[in-house]
Design a protein around this ligand. Structure first.
Ligand code: UN1
Length: 489
């Protein structure tokens, strides 16, 4: 790609696009870090005040708007997004670093999520219980929470915001959103789509800035709930802040997701899916495959074939259609992931693929890492700590039982993948592997909009996301004991 003029960053407050007055903020192309993608000035704490105030002011009338009308705006925004899938997908690849095909796919996925929630008005809205008293019914109705703070990560710059903002809005909440400061351009695109679709002023506010701005938002007294996806450290800090203020919070955090390949697996399928799970989006998904457990009967054969595929993966500029894996998001991420690999090697890990930094040429200039596979024989940091990059830590197991135990050997429990053709083994995996999302014979990443998404153990806090699970978080219930005006006996 060629250098072009950086996009100018703006914030959306009370329906107005405004320039910031804070520190300079810019996103760069992680494949060619000399190229600035978007730049401007960050929002300030005064902007947080203004945005929360605008969201609070818009809340009553938005909550009073029929859900079908709220949904119609999401459906229209989905159409706008779909229309821009190719150009916004390219921008996403340039700003975030995933391949163009993945970028376009993600933009389409955002549209699909908006469509799912856009149709929520057609679904069941509450419950009715029978009453032990004559002439009475008990209804459970749902109401919005109020102003929701939405804090989103860099790795899905439009899909994750869509899956938080769409349910927040359709259930009648108003939103103040702070995206990761590395991907502001795609945030602006989503906000533009919703504005173009007719979202009233103040219902969605967008503020771009660093984590201090996020802290200001989360701690703002006008915020009624917080939804967050990102690192475990930040998630726990935000959860503590929300708990201290007594407001509901939902945090999707780390993963250290295992793929388990048993002796009886379809090995070609497992190879393909482990590659996708580990290296798509350069391994920067909380659902990525970062651990691999193989049973002894197929271990040598499988690992040799997997290492050959990893070595053959086309790493390069994500806008080049031949590229299969782009860079990681920042130079800091590249350094910390490489340090994680180096530490494992120092402690005795065997490198099966990759492992060493690119020392010259364009891959050394961009934030690239080689697809890396290391084998370990026992406990190691690379087995327990989320690196959020293109790295698989491998262990061998002597039985399916041991393999499932190794899959569970993590404080996280987001997702796992099990490769077997034996139904009994698959059902044992369902019983024994403690995760929020389990894939049998498919990669560990991926999430459909109509089903619950989220982790077990320390991967998440609060209700799950997506589908009907989203309703649990974005609404509260009022139980109504409903009688007519006649005496009951
Ligand atoms: C996916 O697996 O396609 O931050 C989605 C993340 C997750 C979303 C994963 N919250 O990577």
């Amino acid at each position: 790609m060629t250098a072009s003029t950086p996009e100018k960053l703006h914030h959306l407050i009370a329906g107005q696009w405004v320039a910031g007055r804070g520190d300079a903020v810019r996103s760069v192309n992680p494949a060619l870090p000399g190229i600035v993608v978007a730049e401007g000035a960050a929002a300030t704490l005064a902007d947080v005040d203004a945005a929360v105030g605008a969201a609070a002011e818009a809340a009553r009338s938005w909550a009073g708007t029929p859900m079908h009308q709220r949904g119609a705006i999401l459906l229209e925004a989905a159409t706008v997004i779909e229309r821009h899938a190719e150009d916004w997908g390219l921008e996403l690849a340039i700003e975030e670093g995933k391949t163009r095909a993945e970028g376009v796919g993600e933009v389409r996925r955002a549209a699909q999520i908006l469509r799912y929630f856009g149709n929520e008005g057609d679904r069941v809205a509450g419950q009715i219980y029978s009453s032990p008293r004559a002439g009475e019914q008990i209804l459970v109705t749902r109401k919005p929470l109020g102003v929701v703070a939405v804090i989103t990560p860099f790795n899905f710059p439009i899909a994750i915001p869509a899956w938080k903002i769409a349910p927040a809005l359709v259930y009648g909440n108003t939103v103040v959103w702070k995206p990761a400061s590395t991907v502001p351009l795609l945030a602006i695109r989503l906000a533009e789509a919703l504005s173009t679709a007719g979202l009233p002023a103040g219902v969605l506010n967008l503020l771009i800035g660093d984590s201090a701005l996020g802290d200001g938002l989360v701690n703002h007294e006008g915020v009624d709930a917080v939804t967050f996806t990102g690192s475990t450290g930040v998630g726990r800090r935000i959860a503590a802040a929300a708990a201290a203020r007594g407001v509901p919070m939902q945090a999707e955090m780390g993963g250290k997701n295992a793929a388990v390949v048993l002796d009886d697996a379809d090995l070609d399928l497992a190879l393909e899916q482990v590659m996708l799970g580990a290296f798509r989006s350069t391994g920067q998904k909380c659902t990525a495959t970062s651990r691999l457990v193989v049973t002894e009967g197929i271990a040598d054969r499988f690992l040799t074939a997997l290492a050959a595929r990893a070595d053959a993966l086309a790493v390069g500029d994500p806008t080049d259609d031949a590229t299969q894996m782009g860079p990681v998001i920042t130079g800091g991420a590249r350094t910390s992931i490489q340090t994680g690999i180096d530490t494992a090697v120092t402690h005795g890990a065997t490198v099966l693929a990759g492992g060493t930094p690119y020392r010259d040429g364009p891959l050394a200039e961009g934030y690239f890492l080689a697809p890396t596979i290391v084998e370990i024989a026992g406990p190691a940091d690379i087995w327990t700590e989320e690196l959020f990059g293109p790295v698989i830590a491998v262990r061998r197991a002597t039985s399916a039982e041991e393999a499932f135990a190794l899959a569970n050997d993590s404080e996280f429990g987001l997702s796992a993948a099990v490769f077997t053709q034996d139904l009994t083994r698959a059902l044992q995996a369902v019983d024994h592997i403690d995760v929020g999302v389990l894939h049998i014979n498919s990669e560990s990443a991926g999430a459909d909009p109509h089903v619950p998404f989220g982790g077990a153990k320390k991967s998440g806090l609060g209700p799950k996301e997506q589908g009907q699970a989203a309703r649990e978080f974005f609404t509260h219930t009022t139980t109504v004991y409903l009688r007519g005006g006649q005496p009951q006996s």
